[in-house]
Design a protein around this ligand. Sequence first.
Ligand code: SF4
Length: 356
Amino acid sequence: METTVSSASPRPWPLAPAPTAAAGPLLSVRDLCRHFPIRSRGFGRKVTGTVRALDDVSFDLFPGETLGLVGESGSGKTTTARCILRALAPTSGEVIFRPPGGRPVDLARLSDRELKPLRTQMQMIFQDPFSSLNPRMTVGQIVGEPLVIHGLAKGDALDARVDDILRRVGLKPEHRSYYPHAFSGGQRQRIGIARALIMRPSLIVADEAVSALDVSVQAQVLNLLKDLQAEFRLTYLFVAHNLDVVRHFCDRVAVMYAGRIVELAPAAQLFAAPRHPYTKALLAAVPWPDPDVKMKFDVPGEIADPSRLPSGCAFHPRCKQCFAPCLSQRPLLLDPVGDAHFVACHLHDPSHQHVA
Ligand code: SF4
């Protein structure tokens, strides 16, 4: 039986809508956790610890908006994306999806069978346009496969749908019979976008969708994504390491550290006046040339180990502004001045301001 969401939230939630959002959220993530047990070697494989890859992540995503998810490698942004799409099962929390014209459902609680029809509404664009396309399939087979899997089109109708979406992403119908190796990186990413869009989804999760592309090609693909967003009223969750891209492409930005969101704000506001010490350090480290190369920035130490998170604020061992409450009290994600600029830092918590 389909799992639906009760109208009453188990507790009041402080995340106000984005300033531009007229409608309710398409997606509401609440207290999302993904923990992995650490097991001993040998007989019994006893659980000896827990990796807290995601820890109480909450945010809303509004129809037609682009929310950027940024942070260092290991901050939990890709795990968040994978849990939302149920490529990974969350340990706890809610992922409430409101498909246009449909009832809200908690994706975190659905079985694979219940999820299948909803997968037409949620699609992913992958980072690597070289490995994400099957080299033994033609472009027509790759792009049309989701329609075939869901039994939505075949024969001439399938070919017509494929031709149409190829044109919309800047390719040609004759490309239908080509194999992926015949295309450049940018063209392959267009094929990946066509495959994601052919189901007419409402939510697209783009995981480092342009980071493998040359800078000039990145701009073309980002422009294409913006045009398609306007044409199909798409909502994007945009996972990225490149803050320059995020600044120009996203409406709002969530900054993650050690499996938690530490700041969430409209993009212009976050880049003009960041509040969290970690965000300030990230912005000072722009540009980030390569997601696989460890970033160097003006913060001592390494990102917190998710199997041994520090007490209080997980950032406290690296924070130059750390003060007493940071050592023992975990900061909540608050909107301290009511401008939809959320921050999880005791410096901005009114209850600690007499101390700071
Ligand atoms: Fe730094 Fe404390 Fe704020 Fe954490 S809560 S970022 S340690 S000032």
